[in-house]
Design a binder for this molecule. Structure first.
Ligand SMILES: NC(=O)c1ccc[n+]([C@@H]2O[C@H](COP(=O)([O-])OP(=O)(O)OC[C@H]3O[C@@H](n4cnc5c(N)ncnc54)[C@H](O)[C@@H]3O)[C@@H](O)[C@H]2O)c1
Length: 440
């Protein structure tokens, strides 16, 4: 099959490379020429484990090519995926669909025959209808089907998620050719017995938002439990374990921390809230989740200042981890941004280390000194804050760190270090949602 991917970002590049690895012929299109040139010369524009090798293997096998020329890229394609960004629209939080609609128009103008256009970007209910309207307006002469196929991959584990998904959701208007093409696109997944769920187009669009909002709710729920644990002298990690062992609840997404961030949950929860309001069916749970999470990120800054006896002026705070989660260089809506802002407002000097995120982070936080490793960041600091749980921060030499600091204070926002270990190394420890001690 010939597949064209419009947009070669996190989703487009990973999906394109994985489809090529399934044996399809894939062309990835992006309008940013430097991005395409970088990829062609073997430099990945994003950090994603295993991606460079996957791209290199499939490019050298001739199944994966890259271009800035959309018109050439879509010629003869059986399926054309739209994987462009859908950020929050400035001002009102609705999803900004301008890139999706512009791509749809460009595709339609360039087509040389019937095809299936697949929206992989996360788009609100009804977007498929509008894409179809645009395409039909431009090309009334062609039979073009518009399908929704939301993507559920997670950055940092994207290739595994794409190749072994929990499920694939395909939304159509019931057209047989569209269903047959999509079944063919995902046929290689039959080997992994991944369920491909066919449903209505509007339903598929909503499934993506419902999934993200549910996960964001789970995180926010345990974060509020963490606050309650602190107030009543309970341990949130034990609460998570105690409820997560119940199969109806499940243990994933029950880790208390500094609030969710990233390129998806913040914008998608907000967009769902707006959709609910537009249709006069407010989704109050998600409205609350959005508010609670926003407040939480800023509260983490205050937690650090409080640990510095309420006065951060002139004190040095070292941050470990800046990206919104490990194994990515994505800084979009990362909790570290709000933490840095709060610390700067309180007069602190900030040093930081992140294994992959510093290049992207540096222009977003120009006053932060980016250091070569955790030990350099901590030297002479008054507080060490574990913000993102990269593996490399899981087995730090705590004695060495404590010994090099001005005040050995560890604020572990990911609850990685047990109290005994930190205290034996000479640290005073502050965690999230409890003391980190277990009775019995
Ligand atoms: N990042 C994730 O983890 C993730 C996971 C699931 C779903 N999604 C969704 O997938 C979509 C894409 O997200 P992303 O993180 O890959 O975004 P991204 O910003 O990394 O990539 C989008 C790319 O599209 C390109 N582009 C925009 N308009 C174009 C056009 N007309 N022609 C060619 N290229 C064009 C941009 O230059 C950019 O490189 C979003 O809707 C997002 O919500 C993202």
């Amino acid at each position: 099959m010939k597949i064209t991917m419009i947009g070669t970002g996190y989703v487009g590049l990973v999906s394109g490379a994985c489809f090529a690895d399934f044996g399809h012929d894939v062309v990835c299109v992006d309008k940013v020429a430097e991005k395409i040139q970088a990829i062609e010369s073997g430099r990945m524009p994003i950090f994603e484990p295993g991606l460079d090798q996957l791209v290199a293997n499939n490019a050298s096998a001739g199944r994966l090519t890259f271009t800035t020329d959309l018109a050439a890229g879509v010629k003869g394609a059986d399926a054309i995926f739209i994987a462009v960004g859908t950020p929050s629209r400035r001002g009102d939080g609705h999803a900004d669909l301008s890139y999706v609609y512009a791509a749809a128009r460009e595709i339609a103008e360039s087509l040389d025959g019937p095809t299936v256009i697949v929206t992989k970007s996360t788009v609100p209910v009804g977007t498929g209808d509008e894409v179809e309207r645009i395409v039909k307006e431009v090309r009334p002469d062609l039979d073009i089907q518009v399908v929704s196929n939301p993507e559920f991959l997670r950055e940092g584990a994207a290739i595994g998620d794409f190749k072994r998904p929990d499920r694939v959701v395909v939304g159509t208007t019931g057209n047989e050719r569209a269903i047959a093409v999509m079944a063919q696109v995902y046929r290689p997944l039959n080997l992994n017995q991944a369920p491909v769920m066919f449903t209505g187009r509007r339903t598929a669009e909503l499934i993506k938002y419902a999934a993200n909002a549910f996960l964001a709710t789970k995180i926010t729920f345990i974060n509020e439990m963490a606050d309650l644990c602190e107030a009543v002298g309970a341990e949130v990690q034990e609460v998570s374990r105690g409820i997560g062992l119940d199969n109806r609840i499940g243990s994933k997404f029950l880790h208390a921390g500094p609030g969710y961030g990233g390129s998806c949950f913040p914008k998608d929860t907000l967009a769902l809230v707006k959709t609910g309001q537009d249709y006069d069916t407010p989704i109050r749970i998600v409205e609350t989740v959005v508010q609670v999470n926003d407040l939480r990120k800023r509260a983490m800054g205050r937690k650090i200042v409080k640990a510095l006896n309420g006065d951060a002026r002139g004190k040095k705070v070292a941050l470990l981890g800046l990206t919104f989660k490990p194994n990515t260089d994505d800084m979009r809506d990362a909790p570290s941004l709000a933490i840095v802002q709060a610390l700067e407002d309180a007069g602190a000097k900030i040093a930081a280390y992140d294994p992959e995120g510093m290049e992207v982070a540096a222009p977003m936080m120009p006053s932060v000194a980016m250091m070569g490793d955790a030990y350099e960041a901590a030297a002479g600091a008054d507080a060490l804050v574990l913000v993102t749980e990269w593996d490399i921060f899981r087995a730090l030499d705590l004695k060495r760190l404590a010994g090099s600091m001005n005040t050995p204070l560890l604020i572990d926002l990911r609850n990685i270090y047990p109290r005994t270990e930190a205290e034996e190394a000479g640290f005073s420890l502050i965690r999230v949602g409890g003391q980190g001690v277990t009775a019995g």
